[in-house]
Ligand binder design. Structure first.
Ligand SMILES: NC(=O)C1=CN([C@@H]2O[C@H](COP(=O)(O)OP(=O)(O)OC[C@H]3O[C@@H](n4cnc5c(N)ncnc54)[C@H](O)[C@@H]3O)[C@@H](O)[C@H]2O)C=CC1
Ligand SMILES: O=C(O)C(=O)Cc1ccc(O)cc1
Length: 388
């Protein structure tokens, strides 16, 4: 099992006294809410031999998850080891309360994207806080529902737990086991620290993506045909379901608004600087200086993003390869790279260059020229690009 890792600047506590005592494997789990996240967890647990029961207020979703091999829609005959509540944030407290009233499980967790509000709501309803531990897997998709689920969704991703002095050690152990079986990395935080962090890394970015994507709604179709990968990258998460996201944003409104206020101030500065940069004279130089400063700040911020496997951000060499629109071409390209003994660190596909596509391959320093030569020898058309 992976160890709990603290994040810098975040109150990370040792496991409560007694944790680890009486450890027993997780045999039975009920997942309530079989959408994207619930079904992904159920698929991962089922693959590890856990007996998973599936429940959803929409029986079509529970049945779809069952048909995907995520578990059974049969009601468990005894209390299960753990219930995972994977419903929208505003439904967490009432669902937990109802489950505890029915003695559905020995321990409970939820996976909502916000942690303070559900914790306050569950406590206010009089839920048993010893058997409940809030958590949040930091992985998801812009699609919802069971059909979007994937067993490997959480592989290598952080999964936050927010235990406090009331959390029973057995509850913590059960939740840590789910995290381990999903291949995720446990992180301990307070609900407030979690909500502040996700306002920056998830909630404000979602708003920015949506606002940028909204500019496209009435855009000229001919203009949109020029779209490249950059706009797709910037707007991808805007496809998320508004009904879920309004709950997430409203439950973390203060921290998200704080981040957006900072963005709004920079945006105002950028707009003023651009207007100055477009006129002739010395004002243009001042405007351009401000634009450079703002763009450089963006570059510096992006460099701080963790790289692969949570390690430091790595600068890769990058190359563009033209790939024909035929089945098996991508596999053939990767096989060629593998034959050449070069590890592909990352890749991106630009589908806009129809009828062929352009694949960006990212490799370690010093490898792009060699890969280019090897691929060229095997008939691929490729160009080396600027460092990624
Ligand atoms: N979408 C994402 O990328 C991520 C979402 N989360 C959190 O996971 C939770 C679930 O989100 P998704 O799976 O994306 O949503 P989803 O819309 O795919 O699935 C939610 C499911 O819950 C069911 N449901 C709603 N209210 C219910 C209730 N009262 N009782 C039983 N079932 C109920 C719905 O019918 C649906 O099947 C949310 O709290 C969300 O904040 C966490 C990490 C990532
Ligand atoms: O799609 C992505 O890149 C995400 O970041 C998804 C996501 C959405 C909501 C969460 O609470 C956690 C992760």
């Amino acid at each position: 099992m992976s160890s709990v890792i603290p994040l810098p600047g975040i109150a990370a506590g040792p496991l409560p006294h007694g944790a680890g005592v009486g450890l027993r494997p997780l045999r039975t789990v009920t997942v309530i809410g079989t959408g994207l996240i619930g079904t992904s967890i159920a698929l991962a647990l089922t693959a590890h031999g856990v007996r998973v029961h599936l429940a959803d207020r929409n029986p079509v979703h529970a049945k779809a998850a069952q048909d995907m091999g995520a578990g059974t829609t049969k009601t468990p005959s005894h209390p299960v080891d753990l219930a995972v509540i994977a419903v929208p944030p505003d439904h967490v407290a009432a669902t937990l309360y109802a489950c505890q009233q029915q003695n559905l499980a020995r321990a409970y967790t939820d996976v909502a994207s916000v942690k303070t509000k559900p914790a306050l709501a569950t406590s206010a309803l009089g839920c048993d806080m010893g058997t409940y531990l809030g958590s949040h897997p930091m992985a998801g998709r812009e699609r919802s529902g069971p059909q979007a689920a994937k067993a490997d969704l959480f592989e290598g991703r952080p999964w936050v737990m927010t235990p406090d002095e009331e959390t029973h050690p057995d509850t913590l152990i059960a939740v840590r086991e789910v995290i381990a079986l999903c291949g995720a990395v446990p992180v301990v935080m307070t609900p407030a620290a979690h909500d502040r962090a996700v306002a920056l890394v998830s909630h404000a970015p979602h708003v920015m993506a949506a606002l940028m994507a909204a500019r496209l709604q009435h855009a000229d179709t001919t203009d949109l045909k020029l779209t490249g990968q950059g706009l797709r990258d910037v707007t991808r998460i805007a496809a998320g379901h508004p009904a879920l996201w309004v709950e997430i944003l409203a439950a973390n409104a203060g921290a998200t608004a704080d981040v957006l206020e900072g963005v709004a101030a920079d945006l105002e500065e950028m707009i003023a600087a651009l207007r100055m940069a477009s006129v002739a004279g010395s004002d243009a130089c001042v405007g351009k200086r401000v634009v450079i400063d703002l763009l450089s700040a963006g570059q510096a911020g992006r460099e701080r993003l963790p790289g692969k496997h949570g390690g430091p951000h790595t600068v890769y060499e990058s190359m563009m390869v033209h790939v024909g629109d035929q089945p098996g071409e991508l596999a053939r390209l990767l096989a060629c790279a593998s034959d050449a003994g070069i590890n592909i660190e990352d890749m991106a596909i630009d589908h806009t260059a129809a009828p062929s596509g352009i694949v960006e391959l990212m490799v370690g320093r010093g490898n792009a020229a060699r890969l280019s030569k090897e691929l060229g020898r095997r008939g691929w058309r490729c160009e080396q690009a600027a460092p990624a």
